[in-house]
Design a protein around this ligand. Structure first.
Ligand SMILES: NC(=O)c1ccc[n+]([C@@H]2O[C@H](COP(=O)([O-])OP(=O)(O)OC[C@H]3O[C@@H](n4cnc5c(N)ncnc54)[C@H](OP(=O)(O)O)[C@@H]3O)[C@@H](O)[C@H]2O)c1
Length: 252
């Protein structure tokens, strides 16, 4: 049984706690949070502390804290034989003290406290300098996910960048679509089958093959009409840049 101390009480820590609690091979022995309000969710389920000096002994300390806090929080675990990992897609392994058994445990999904996530479907990307550490992190990942793979820091940063395009930017465009619907008194739900198909198509086509629309076809008149309908300058700029990028991709 792998003993885990979770450091952090935010979105990811909450989801990791739930996922680890459902395994037979991992035991979360303690959750650390810097403020007692954040610890409330965990208090009846596991030992908690807001004192970095009172961390229990564990095989792995999982720093699920904000990227900017990783370097500080990674100093808290007792400097023994344990493994210390962070969970960020954007932070290098070097943010952790080099004299310890360090690693990265990066689950590629968007986690929010209130939302349900089936962790078995979340790819977990792990990194470590020593093979013995990597093997333990692979076992940890495989205990909650069907997909756990080793990648290095450069690959993880690239994956994080790709995820920003795929998830964050797409979600912002969906927000803009919902605002346009609102402006013209249309229910956003009308777009949901289209949004679903955008994703479903990727089971059989690459994104390059799947593209449709006025910019792909080179319909300049339609694009000009759209520009007139967009009420804010930033929205027009986003439309122009994306249409240009699509046009360039297909030689229009
Ligand atoms: N959420 C995701 O979708 C996701 C996905 C993959 C990876 N990650 C990674 O997971 C990590 C945590 O992200 P999150 O979304 O869970 O963030 P979050 O919900 O904002 O939670 C951040 C946690 O870090 C704690 N914290 C911040 N500064 C601290 C400090 N100086 N000392 C001690 N604790 C501190 C916060 O404590 P307070 O509550 O007191 O502020 C909170 O418990 C990040 O490295 C992120 O890149 C997140």
């Amino acid at each position: 049984m792998l003993k885990i101390v979770l450091l952090g009480t935010g979105n990811l820590a909450t989801h990791l706690f739930k996922a680890f609690s459902e395994t037979k091979t991992v035991n979360v022995v303690q959750v650390f949070g810097r403020n007692s309000a954040g610890l409330t969710f965990f208090e009846e389920k596991v030992d908690t502390t807001d004192d970095p000096g009172k961390l229990q002994k564990a095989d792995i300390y999982v720093c699920a804290v904000s990227d900017d806090a990783i370097e500080l929080v990674a100093q808290y675990p007792p400097q023994e034989d344990s493994i210390v990992v962070h969970c960020s897609g954007a932070v290098g392994l070097s943010a952790l003290p080099k004299e310890i058994k360090r690693g990265v445990f990066y689950p590629l999904q968007s986690f929010t406290k209130g939302s349900q996530v089936d962790f078995s479907q979340v790819p977990v990307c792990v990194e470590a300098e020593k093979q013995e550490v990597l093997d333990i992190l692979l076992a940890l990942g495989n205990s909650i996910s069907e997909t756990c793979i080793p990648i290095d820091s450069d690959q993880r940063k690239a994956l994080h960048l790709a995820a920003v395009f795929a998830n964050n930017f797409t979600n912002h465009l969906l927000h803009r679509a919902s605002v346009i619907c609102e402006e013209y008194n249309l229910p956003f739900s009308l777009l949901k089958p289209l949004i679903g198909e955008t994703i479903n198509k990727l089971d059989s086509l690459s994104p390059l093959e799947a593209q449709t629309g006025p910019a792909r076809r080179g319909d300049k008149d339609t694009q000009q009409e759209h520009m007139k309908l967009i009420s804010d300058m930033q929205g027009r700029e986003i439309y122009r840049i994306l249409s240009q990028a699509i046009g360039d991709t297909y030689g229009n």
